[in-house]
Design a protein around this ligand. Sequence first.
Ligand code: PEP
Ligand code: MG
Length: 578
Amino acid sequence: MLKGAGVSPGISIGKVFLLDRRKIKVEKFTLSAQMVEKEISRFREALDKSRKQLMQVKKKLVHDLGDKGHARIVDVHILILEDEALINEAIKIVREERVNAEWALRKVLSRFAKIFDEIEDPYMKERRSDIEHVGQLILRNLVGEKMKRFDKFEEDVIIIAHDLSPADTAQMHKERVIGFATDLGARTSHTAITARALEIPAVVGLENICSFVKTGDPIIIDGTDGVVVVKPTPEEFREYLEKQRRFKYVIQELLKHSDQPAETLDGYKIEITANIEFIDEIPHVLSRGAEGIGLYRTEFFYMDTPNLPTEEDHFRIYKRLAGQVSPHPATIRTLDLGGDKIQSKLHVADEPNPVLGLRAIRFSLKHTDLFRLQLRAILRASAYGKLRIMYPMISGIEELQQANLILAEVKDDMASEGVYYDEDIPVGVMIEIPSASLTADLLAKEADFFSIGTNDLIQYSIAIDRGNEHVAYLYEPLHPALLRLIKFTIEAGHNEGIPVGMCGEMAGDPLSSLILLGLGLDEFSMNPAGIPAIKQIIRSVRLEQATELAYKAMSFSTAKDVEAFAYKEMSAKFPEFF
Ligand code: PEP
Ligand code: MG
């Protein structure tokens, strides 16, 4: 039994298909002077072929999913493939060193990898793997190795691989791939995002699953708990068949009621909204019962366009968002991006510690031209529905004031130009840095709402890298320190009469849901798959039960004790979710 990160929920039981994606062995050849140009055209042909293959995958993804957002992930790969720096550098090596194209490309890829290795941001580390995927694709075409296709399976399979590219994942749809597990990967990887969109159970970050299995081995993937069982015993088979049956039944039952409001038995109403990365996800999240969008992560939009988006590009997207979500509200989070080396148009300085560096609102306040452009587009779109603006990574009142000052200037400009916008557009602050939480009483005086970002709040308050598997055991949402920060934030917000929501992953976790309700959280924004269960839990209790639970949870001194208590209470009340 192996433990990894469950990135797409559900249980699959089946047989292994071991995908050999080991790196291609590259040998070095010296070329004669006459062969150099021929080698370069061979390289260009391989690039061309790779490009066509990626276009094919993209077309298939759009066709199967009807979803341009996730297909744009493949655009990132196409962009890398067309990157002049990469191509020219490889050609230069072929010319100057008179070596074969494979060798030259490998050399360039190693240089890129080295640069990315020095970046600590887990999100950026994933971009290193994007470059590696593209490099492997070109190498395969150079050595003439066929891309393995996923649509030729005679029976259902569970793919096990060292790593999968989003393009690999995209091909799985509607074929006979019922689950997958990989050695590498994290929640923020594009592969994980695609898996969730396709609703294929998946576990990543298993480190060495490839060395434990061979094709044909029976295997179980539990994408809900992040567990993989290799060669299960008859007992384990039965156990997981039952868990799978329960999972399917629960989902079916939950979906029947997911459009009902999240209201406690005594009539206390909570807002349940969804987190999205792409606006193509809206129909799906609404079908899961979301009553609006609590977090639209706009940095994905920046990442997946070849050029820096214009005000018009932003406006079009936000207008669609406003219209499609209406009459519900949609919260647009302004850019939360650090040093993205792929999107070279948004050039950011190298930083030794990007997670503590010039990211999110700090970046926006430094690059005010980009910030103004985004704010203008949001304001223009606010004429077409209920939009809210949210600032990421606010560390204290000064940043909020600076951001609000710019917003006021943008509004003034627009008013004098006669451009219509919602003058009362709510402006919120993400509480995801301890200093923001501890000054929430001050921030609340100048904000219209709070949204607690536990993904980062946990990282910064317990001092653990949210993407580092070696300290993952310390990533404890129910840590007493976290509960205190959350409680303080909610009280500070309520004292000033503003609503307090949460858009970190914790908001979608059934285990913490009633504690959060009891602490007074007003809005839960989450991964759409979690919505039906959280609604169901909230509908099954009286508010005082939740308050009592929260009160007790606050009395323990360790995260383990809080967790054990929450598990005991919740699994007794809601066995179907545990
Ligand atoms: C968070 O930090 O909790 C959050 C929701 O933002 P992100 O995961 O995009 O950093
Ligand atoms: Mg965050």
